[in-house]
Each structure stands twice: as C-alpha cells, then as structure tokens.
Design a protein around this ligand. Structure first.
Ligand SMILES: [Cu+2]
Length: 500
C-alpha cells in the first residue's frame, strides 16, 4: 500500500503537507506551471547584435533603477564609418532597459547635450507627469540638468524611449533605446530571444550628421531617411541559428521616417504580439511591415541547409512619393545557420490571450481627417481637421469615456498614427475589432485610406499627444492633443519648426 498509516486523520495531515510543499515550490518558481523552454541556438548566437543593458542598481526585485545620460559620442555603425551621434549612455541605440511586468522603473536622467531634451516612454501607460512632453508633462531638461522618471510598467511588451523635443532631429541624430517589459509566464516557450532595434542615420564622409531640415519643405513631406540602415546600431550584423529551431525576435522600428518591410528569403514569420503585448492568437506571414514606432513580437524558424546564410532584407514599400523611386532593397542582417542538423520537431505552445475590446455601444464618434494642402509660398504643412498642431485646440474626452475614432488619411503619404498613454483597438467600419485582436498604440494609415479604432480613456487624466510617427510629418503639423478629464488645459510648447 502506498501509505502505511491507517488513520484517516494522519492521511489528511500528510496530504496537507504535500499540498503545502507543492504550492511552496510553485510560489518559489513562478514559471513552474510551464515547462522550461529548450535552447537550440549556439553559444554567442546573438553576440553580433546584442545590446548593452542598463545596469539595475536597486536590490529590490520589484524595482528597476537605472541611469540614463544623453550625450554626444563617436559611434561606429560600420567598419571605418564613424559618426558623432546624440546618444543615450554613449551607445547607438541606447541601452536595453529590462524590467518585469508590474515593476517600478526609476530612471535617473541627466542631459549632457547642448540642447534641451526629455524622455518619452513610447507605448507605456504612464501617468501624465512621466510622459516626457514639454509644456504638458514636464519642462524640457536643459543642458546640465536632470530629471527622475518613476512609474510602474503595467503591461508586458516591448516599448522604446526617445525625446519629445524637436523629435525629428533628436531621434534622427540617435536618441532612442528599447524598454523590454517581460512576463515570465507569457506561455511563449521560446528560450532563444533577442531584441532588435531597427533604425537609420544620415551623415557625410566626415562623420557630420545630416541636417534635420535637409530638403526643406519637400524633405519634411517625404519624411527624411538616413542612408545608413541600422540593426541595433550596426550595419548588417550576423545572428547565428540552428536550422529549424525557433528564435523569438522582439522588433521595434525607431527610425524617424523609414518603414521596414521585412523579408527573410520568403520564410514564414509567426507573429505572436504587437505594440501592447500578445495577440489574441498568432498569425503567419511571409513578409512583415513595421512602421515607425510599431513593435512586433515574432517567432522565426529559419530553414535551409546547415551552414547556409540567409539574408534579412528591407523590401521596397510604397509609403508615398520618394519611398520607392530610385530606391533599392536593403540587406540589413545575416542569419548564419550552424552546421548542426536541422531541428525537425519542436512542440511550441499555442500562444493566445483573452482580450476584451472597448465597448462599441455608446462610444462617442470622433471624426479626424489628415490633409496636406497645396504649398503656399514654398511652405507645406500637414493638418488635422483643417489645422496644423500649432493652431490646434485639444480634442476632448471625459474620464472613462470610450470613443470611436475614424481617421481619414486624405493625403498621398502613409501616416503611422500614434496615441500617447492609451492602447486602442483597430476596428472595421461597423466597429468590429480586426482579427486577431491586439492592443495598438501606433497604426499605419495608408495613403487615401481610413483607419478606425476604439479607445477607452479610462484613467490618468491629462493632455495626451497624438501624432504621425514619421517625425518629420509630426513637426510639419501632423500632431494634436487629447484632453482627458476636466483638468486644466495645458498647452504644449513644441517649438514651431523653422519655415524652410
Ligand atoms: Cu505622417
């Protein structure tokens, strides 16, 4: 017999002890419920692009405390190609800030640049005081000054940080970095995971940055792209992989204008998440469009002969005049397969998430139109509902209100629309969520099309920005604010760009 004890009471005691012991083990290892994922990648597989991480100086396991300094630094983006860039902590991109969902994040920020700046935490549902927009949430941090950002990271996903002062110039010059909010129990089950920051930068043979106003008004309308395409700050790095083995790539596009339309020699991407975390279910695609500000969480299982090299390409994507004419496909990364035999069988868990969309019933309609009127006196400006941002008054939302935004892009360029502080759900004409459901904070609105989304301004009153994330377009007028709640209307103090 299993138990030699005859007394039912003793059995109860023993069973209780077993249950307590098991629950203690479970409490010690939160990932206990899911089997440990198998690593297939060779040692040092992502060394060719791995980003430095901002050291956590706080011993409390629930607090991540880091130091970020904006400063000029020489960075080498390709062998012998060096540029004096604007950087966070001297690197391009800035260091990876790694947190666990629910952590408190404290960032001691120092500005050693000659220009004022701020940090905006793209996508994170922060309190308004932490949103990094000058005149609304904080004063710009001037040369030699500091500011402490302090907030909870409530949702697991990949985010990024960048200035909100003269954004097109400052992001274009190199100020951006990734913020990863991990959930050990997300059920994805892929051990080999890396973070990929896509960007570009423009500079001349002397290493001098390209003028942020280059091309004048036309440059603004096209959206300026840097001639060096970067993957984690490097030109065409190599990542190693074993054929057939899964890798999880968490990708963010931090370029100020460039779209990334990714192709890995026609191989299949499994998309498991986007801006605001996991999708309701995964999807498969052979090509992946990531517009500025967006994030994608994908599983890649590169196939090919052992020892082969695969090329990750940024394909041409027509986001408006100038984006495909006289342009070429860019080879941006190499995936080098090891000589090991291919992994043929991998049991990956089915990734899913329960998502409740904002209620359509009673949602307040908010019509929005983007326009680009003909040039006047050699000057172009984008407008939202007839006005550029420097003439705009805030859109309004009551605290707790759900709104149904219809955003018509009546221009000949695509616009990746970004809303600060809240996730939204993209829906069809009737208000039904596009499938599979996923939370977005940035959505591309192709030229001459309309996007629709539901958003609930459920908490955190304040004045929140919304703008095109082609930052040249934002500076060129395609920006506005939403006043959530009854608080005092604040006015943002973005300097009006020089009229070229
Ligand atoms: Cu735009």
């Amino acid at each position: 017999m299993f138990c030699s004890c005859h007394s039912p009471w003793k059995r109860v005691v023993i069973l209780t002890a077993v249950v307590l012991a098991l629950s203690w083990i479970a409490a010690q290892s939160p990932a206990w419920a899911q089997p440990a994922a198998t690593s297939y990648a060779p040692a040092g597989w992502d060394a060719g692009l791995k980003l430095p991480e901002a050291p956590d100086t706080n011993p409390d396991p629930n607090i991540v405390e880091v130091h970020i300094t904006a400063k000029m630094a020489e960075v080498e983006v390709a062998p012998g190609r060096t540029v004096r860039a604007w950087t966070y902590n001297g690197g391009l991109p800035g260091p990876l800030i790694r947190t666990k969902v629910g952590n408190r994040l404290i960032v001691h920020f120092v500005n050693e640049l000659d220009e004022p700046t701020t940090i905006h935490w793209h996508g994170v549902r922060v309190p308004i005081e932490m949103d990094g927009v000058p005149g609304i949430s904080q004063e710009p941090v001037k040369k030699g000054e500091s500011f402490t950002y302090d907030f909870i990271v409530p949702d697991a996903s990949l985010y990024w940080y960048h200035p909100h002062v003269m954004s097109a110039a400052q992001v274009g010059y190199g100020l951006y970095g990734p913020l990863l909010v991990e959930d050990a129990n997300d059920g994805v089950g892929v051990a080999d995971t890396t973070t990929i920051v896509l960007s570009d930068i423009g500079f001349d043979s002397k290493g001098t940055l390209e003028d942020a106003e280059s091309g004048g008004s036309a440059g603004m309308v096209f959206g300026r792209e840097g001639s060096y395409v970067l993957v984690n700050g490097r030109t065409r790095p190599t990542i190693k992989a074993r054929a057939g083995a899964p890798q999880r790539w968490r990708i963010v596009n931090t370029a100020k204008s460039r779209f990334f339309y990714l192709d890995l020699e026609g191989q299949e991407w499994t998309v498991i998440g986007q801006d605001g975390g996991l999708q309701a279910r995964s999807t498969k695609s052979n090509i992946l469009l990531i517009t500025p500000g967006e994030r994608y969480d994908v599983i890649v299982r590169p196939t090919g002969k052992p020892g082969a090299e695969l090329t990750l390409r940024a394909m041409l994507y027509n986001r408006g005049y100038g984006s495909i004419e006289y342009r070429s496909v860019e080879e941006i990364m190499t995936v080098a397969l090891t000589n090991e035999p291919a992994v043929t069988k991998v049991d990956l868990p089915v990734v899913s998430r329960t998502i409740t969309p904002p209620p359509l019933a009673g949602a307040t309609p908010v019509p929005v139109v983007f326009t680009l009127p003909p040039q006047e006196a050699g000057h172009s400006e984008f407008r939202i509902n007839g006005v550029p941002y420097w003439k705009a008054t805030p859109f309004k939302a009551k605290l707790g209100e759900t709104q149904f935004w219809t955003v018509k892009n009546d221009t000949d360029w695509d616009h990746p629309f970004h809303l600060h502080g809240y996730f939204f759900m993209v829906v069809d004409e009737k208000g039904a969520p596009l499938q599979p459901m996923v939370w977005k904070d940035t959505v591309n609105i192709p030229m001459k099309t309309t996007a629709r989304f539901l958003v609930t301004f459920d908490e955190r009153p304040g004045t929140w920005m919304m703008h095109c994330h082609i930052l040249d377009h934002a500076e060129g007028g395609l920006m506005g604010t939403v006043q959530v709640g009854d608080g005092p209307a604040t006015e943002h103090t973005h300097p009006v760009p020089k009229k070229p």
